[in-house]
Design a protein around this ligand. Structure first.
Ligand SMILES: *[C@@H]1O[C@H](CO)[C@@H](O)[C@H](O)[C@H]1NC(C)=O
Ligand SMILES: *[C@@H]1O[C@H](CO)[C@@H](O)[C@H](O)[C@H]1NC(C)=O
Ligand SMILES: *[C@@H]1O[C@H](CO)[C@@H](O)[C@H](O)[C@H]1NC(C)=O
Ligand SMILES: *[C@@H]1O[C@H](CO)[C@@H](O)[C@H](O)[C@H]1NC(C)=O
Ligand SMILES: *[C@@H]1O[C@H](CO)[C@@H](O)[C@H](O)[C@H]1NC(C)=O
Ligand SMILES: *[C@@H]1O[C@H](CO)[C@@H](O)[C@H](O)[C@H]1NC(C)=O
Ligand SMILES: *[C@@H]1O[C@H](CO)[C@@H](O)[C@H](O)[C@H]1NC(C)=O
Length: 355
């Protein structure tokens, strides 16, 4: 019997690096000019009061996030990360994290006072995709999309769970404005304000989302002459939010909401309103009689779930004549608070009045 020993000999480790490794903030401008149009953002500390400014990107740039991106602390009203370009591919690799460290700013006041707080991410992207970002603890508004076209944002995690106990406020998840053909799919959002809100633009899709702890999924608040048209919100779960779904139009302002569909929305443990559509909105809360604001071709289909006993299942409070051609199919139970209505198109199967 013979034993053959293979003794460990040579370990050849081939380390091939691609792209521009950005791990030092001072190299940001070089990274954007790099000829291979591929930026790998590793562990990076963005200095206090500075923006990780990924605007002015070359067309067709790929941006990969690998390690942890963190931010210095300063009270300011800027944005921590901006992205702008055409045919941009943004990829969050396994294990990466964009950590806003929001707890350093949180004071329960959000955008309404207290410390000045930066927003987290602002993108203006055309013909682009953003995949797999893992975002934590936004100081306030988290992921804002504006002036974008043909953009897909998928498999994003926005985890602001910590804000629930530590004074997170106005930590809106996704916001879409002045954009066309933006699709946001497969998101998970834990926060303390709207999970998703769109205030202007067209052909917006928000689908396959799980929203936990915030204020629900919103159209609006609408006003300033802004128009939202062709929005589809589908296959979403809204859990432990104050509201399920909302359309809010500001009192005395103009604009329009056209062709919005909510389809296959499941809600659980909603504390205030399952569905709320109101035409007398102010940031400080609804007040006074609603004023005319067109909400046309609204479809509510298979919107279902449970509201807390102290809440209201459905509230529609719009100026008479604002609602045109609504289609309504919902099954929301649990709320025992009065369910007043104003401006509901006749023949719609919404139970108004006292419970
Ligand atoms: C980048 O895209 C813009 C917008 O389509 C186009 O005008 C510009 O020529 C492109 N730049 C290059 C270098 O291809
Ligand atoms: C978009 O960028 C990718 C690189 O991510 C490139 O392969 C592709 O050719 C570009 N598309 C166009 C239309 O330029
Ligand atoms: C939209 O994005 C641009 C950057 O592309 C920014 O300068 C502008 O302030 C943003 N507008 C709003 C309303 O957020
Ligand atoms: C909408 O955007 C997607 C990419 O997300 C693109 O594939 C599609 O062609 C765009 N649709 C139109 C009508 O431009
Ligand atoms: C995104 O998430 C969906 C649903 O969880 C999954 O099926 C898909 O493979 C994911 N895509 C990417 C690119 O990670
Ligand atoms: C809204 O949908 C209706 C019915 O499908 C259609 O006739 C109308 O053109 C659409 N309006 C907008 C702004 O997309
Ligand atoms: C009313 O809405 C339904 C459902 O969206 C749509 O099919 C129909 O075309 C709309 N009617 C008008 C007159 O726009």
């Amino acid at each position: 019997m013979s034993l053959i020993f293979f003794i460990g000999t040579l370990m050849m480790t081939a380390v091939v690096t691609y792209g521009f490794n950005l791990d030092n903030f001072d190299q940001l401008n070089d990274a954007k000019k790099s000829p291979d149009k591929w930026i790998v953002i590793k562990n990076l500390l963005v200095p206090a009061g500075k923006t990780l400014d990924l605007t002015g990107l070359q067309n067709n740039t790929v941006i990969e996030f690998t390690g942890h991106v963190t931010f210095g602390y300063q009270e300011w009203e800027g944005t921590l990360i901006t992205l702008k370009g055409k045919n941009i591919t943004v990829l969050g690799k396994r294990g990466h994290l964009l950590d806003g460290g929001g707890q350093r700013w949180w004071d329960g006041k959000g955008g309404n006072g207290g410390k000045k707080k930066p927003r987290f991410i602002q993108v203006s992207l055309v013909d682009s995709t953003v995949t797999g970002l893992h975002i934590k603890n936004s100081p306030r508004h988290c992921f804002m999309i504006n002036s974008s076209q043909n953009l897909r944002v998928q498999n994003t995690t926005i985890d602001i769970k910590d804000g629930a106990k530590s004074g997170g406020h106005n930590t809106d998840g996704f916001g879409v404005s002045s954009s066309r053909n933006v699709t946001i799919s497969n998101s998970v959002v834990y926060n303390q304000d709207d999970c998703f809100a769109t205030t202007s633009g067209s052909d917006t899709v928000f689908e396959n989302a799980k929203c936990v702890g915030g204020h629900g999924i919103s159209i609006g608040s609408m006003g300033s002459g802004n128009v939202v048209e062709r929005v589809v919100i589908r296959n979403c779960r809204v859990l432990g939010n104050t509201n399920g779904i909302r359309i809010k139009t500001r009192r005395g302002e103009t604009g329009a909401v056209k062709n919005v569909t909510f389809d296959d929305i499941e809600m659980k443990d909603i504390s205030k309103y399952g569905v709320v559509i109101q035409g007398n909105y102010y940031n400080s809360g609804p007040k006074g009689d609603p004023t005319p604001f067109p909400i046309e071709n609204l479809v509510i289909r298979n919107v279902r779930g449970h509201v807390a006993k102290s809440g209201t299942n459905i509230l529609v409070w719009v100026a008479p004549g604002s609602a045109k051609n609504w289609t309504w199919g919902s099954k929301i139970t649990g709320g025992s608070k009065e369910n007043p209505c104003k401006g509901v198109p006749q023949s719609l199967p919404i139970r108004c009045g006292k419970k």
